[in-house]
Ligand binder design. Structure first.
Ligand code: SF4
Length: 395
């Protein structure tokens, strides 16, 4: 069993990041402790805590990859109109159905081998994912044609492999002027340790446009992300992008900014990044509880989460599928009994499909369970395949 299930504190705490990305910044702002726990190691190998796989993330990546293959194939074929033999030939070549079916099989195998993959199932089918690809392509293709209008026929395929080295300002602007569109390019701030990978940058009549493609639901965070990407482009090239586009399945959100907006963000980050790094330099970092805690990947190891849960009124506690108990005793092969934060005895019943067995937990100082289910009377708690159980009997 992976040591993450047997330790309630990391073996090695993570240091502040050497380079900040938008995701790192967002996570640290929301809760420094959650970011730090998520990068800390629970085993001797020093590997960071793995996130529990989620079907939406796995299938979103499959859809994104197939859409990317189709886009690049269509660009290479000269962007044939939909319904033409040229378009059909690219679709045949990419073969989305077979790719998605194979991707689902590979993903299911990866989930099965994942340290936190027990009980996670992929229910999506290849035809369902193909329908999402088709819908996204329908929305994306006119944009792709517009982006490439005026591009030379010998322009390289749109993807630039992310590089370990920052791309120079002149290189990027020169490339953009030559190709009209760049995809998946890495840009690094010239003075801060801040980087981003831009999905797409293209030239339009009004100037440079930065586009970001999303396979999930719209969130306001996406606007902040694009603003940060605009700043990275501006500070790397000196060119203020005219606009940004966030492309969802259903619509495109367009946003604009001014040079002053980007300068203000730059000044804020110059202060914020060292302050966040200082917060992370002395583990454990500060916890910032809030509504996000219910979805937090690291709540099993967060003492503040369990203290807050213990302070909830009993009816609110019952709505959660999370439980902490102490003084754990074995009642029979499938059942343990422990005390909740109020000292009340709680019976925990393990299903035959649960990932752990009660005997592994007897005498544990405390046991934390995520994703279980309370009985209607609130006196017992059921643990099934989808639950994660943390804690270990003393050696
Ligand atoms: S449970 Fe909440 S407070 Fe604790 S680490 Fe996660 S986000 Fe932070």
């Amino acid at each position: 069993m992976h040591p993450l299930y047997t330790r309630l504190t990391p073996l090695t705490w993570a240091a502040p990041p050497e380079t900040w990305s938008y995701t790192t910044l967002r996570k640290v702002k929301q809760c420094p402790l959650a970011w730090q726990l998520g990068r800390s190691s629970f085993g001797d190998d020093g590997a960071p805590l793995p996130e529990r796989p989620a079907e939406a993330t796995v299938t979103g990546k499959l859809v994104h990859d197939v859409l990317d293959a189709l886009s690049r194939g269509l660009v290479a074929a000269g962007l044939p109109a939909r319904g033409t033999p040229g378009f059909a030939a690219v679709v045949r070549e990419v073969n989305p159905s077979a790719r998605l079916a194979a991707g689902l099989v590979r993903s299911a195998a990866r989930v099965a081998a994942h340290p936190r993959g027990y009980g996670v199932r992929l229910y999506a089918t290849a035809p369902e994912l193909y329908a999402r690809v088709a819908s996204l392509l329908q929305q994306h293709y006119p944009r792709l044609i517009a982006q490439h209008a005026g591009a030379p026929p010998d322009a390289a395929p749109p993807r630039q492999a992310p590089s370990a080295e920052p791309t120079g300002a002149l290189d990027l602007l020169g490339l953009l002027h030559h190709q009209h569109v760049l995809s998946e390019i890495e840009v690094r701030h010239p003075t801060f340790a801040l980087r981003g990978i831009l999905d797409s940058v293209y030239r339009s009549a009004e100037g440079t446009v930065i586009a970001d493609y999303k396979t999930g639901n719209p969130y306001d965070d996406h606007v902040h992300q694009l603003l940060l990407y605009a700043l990275l482009w501006y500070r790397t090239t000196g060119d203020v992008p005219a606009a940004g586009e966030i492309v969802y399945y259903s619509h495109t959100r367009r946003i604009t900014w001014t040079r002053d907006d980007l300068d203000e963000l730059d000044a804020d980050l110059e202060l914020e990044l060292p302050a966040y790094a200082a917060l992370l330099a002395h583990p454990p970092a500060t916890a910032r509880p809030g509504e996000h805690c219910g979805r937090c990947q690291t709540r099993a190891w967060c003492p503040v989460y369990w203290e807050e849960l213990a302070r909830c009124p009993p009816e609110a506690r019952l709505e959660r599928g999370d439980l902490e108990i102490v003084a754990v005793q074995l009642r029979d092969e499938e059942v343990i009994v422990g005390a909740d934060p109020d000292g009340c005895a709680i019976v925990v019943v393990f299903g035959a499909d649960a990932g752990r067995r009660p005997a592994e937990l007897v005498g544990a100082e405390r046991v934390r369970i995520l994703g279980g289910r309370w009985s209607e009377d609130g006196e017992s708690f059921a643990v099934g395949a989808r639950a994660e159980v943390f804690g270990a009997a003393p050696r």
